[in-house]
Design a protein around this ligand. Structure first.
Ligand SMILES: NC(=O)c1ccc[n+]([C@@H]2O[C@H](COP(=O)([O-])OP(=O)(O)OC[C@H]3O[C@@H](n4cnc5c(N)ncnc54)[C@H](OP(=O)(O)O)[C@@H]3O)[C@@H](O)[C@H]2O)c1
Length: 244
């Protein structure tokens, strides 16, 4: 049987790295995308291989169309197809990022990836877009200080991808959005804690934040088709109560 070829964007650390490790197995070849942290991506790939899985670190700056094209070409020439696309990488809080960077990465680059990979995806393939409640429910709920441009861009990315549902249906590709509350122990939450400690405390005081492993498991369930809901929520039940 042919292995499943699965690309996880931004898999060199954090949630993407956990998704790559959980998704891997003897029947799944995981492509570990990263932007610049090659050593970290190699460590993720080595851990997957050590556990009996197959993995390939793959550099591409998703905000750079030429870089994406080169990654697509490499995947096409090595495997000739892509079965699973996990759109995990995201950004915009980096120091010195250009004002339009969040939109270029979190909306435009996600659309470009889907556009580029759809012709390589066989019927039955799956695409998962990873987002946060702070972005998914934007602008209806407050966001931590400084997070609004990221929330707006991720919400715009989600909307643009959902608009492609008729195309996904035509190609018989499954599409899910997995949205999480702030995830415990991540660099982003530590960064938000520094900028707006009250916003993070407010989330923690409601309920324990989901862990990276819990969030990654929900993403993997959506990526493998064990969970075929079009939107999966992890943590933050108060968001759902309020929207009911
Ligand atoms: N952290 C949370 O609390 C939380 C909560 C809910 C949802 N989420 C969502 O979960 C996803 C992952 O979050 P995270 O906290 O794990 O992120 P993170 O720690 O900031 O990791 C970002 C990953 O994306 C890569 N990346 C960044 N810019 C890139 C680019 N231009 N091209 C290619 N790769 C790029 C990084 O690669 P390099 O290391 O090589 O730079 C890294 O592997 C995001 O979609 C986020 O919105 C996070």
């Amino acid at each position: 049987m042919q292995p499943t070829i699965a690309l996880v964007t931004g898999a060199s650390r954090g949630i993407g790295a956990a998704v790559a490790r959980q998704l891997a197995g003897p029947d799944t070849h995981v492509l570990v995308n990263y932007r610049e942290k090659v050593r970290r991506a190699e460590t993720v790939a080595e851990a997957i291989r050590a556990a009996g899985g197959q993995a390939w670190p793959l550099r591409a700056d998703l905000a750079d169309p030429d870089s994406v094209r080169a990654m697509v070409d490499r995947i096409d020439s090595r495997f000739g197809r892509l079965d699973t696309l996990v759109l995990n990488a995201s950004g915009g809080l980096e120091l010195g990022a250009a004002p339009d960077y969040a939109m270029r990465l979190n909306r435009d680059a996600q659309l470009r990836l889907v556009d580029s990979f759809l012709p390589l995806m066989p019927a039955g393939g799956r695409i998962v877009f990873v987002t946060s409640h702070q972005a998914h429910f934007y602008p209806d709920r407050p966001v931590p200080d400084g997070y609004a441009p990221v929330a707006a861009s991720k919400r715009a990315g989600e909307d643009a991808l959902r608009a492609l549902q008729p195309e996904f249906d035509r190609c018989r590709i499954g599409f899910s959005v997995v949205s999480g509350d702030m995830i415990d122990g991540t660099i982003i939450v530590r960064l938000l804690e520094r900028r707006d400690p009250r916003a993070v405390d407010a989330r923690r005081n409601l309920a324990p934040l989901p862990t990276v492993a819990q969030f990654a498991a929900a993403i993997v369930d959506a990526a493998t088709g064990r969970d075929r809901r079009d939107t999966v929520y992890v943590g933050g039940s108060d968001y759902l109560d309020q929207s009911a």
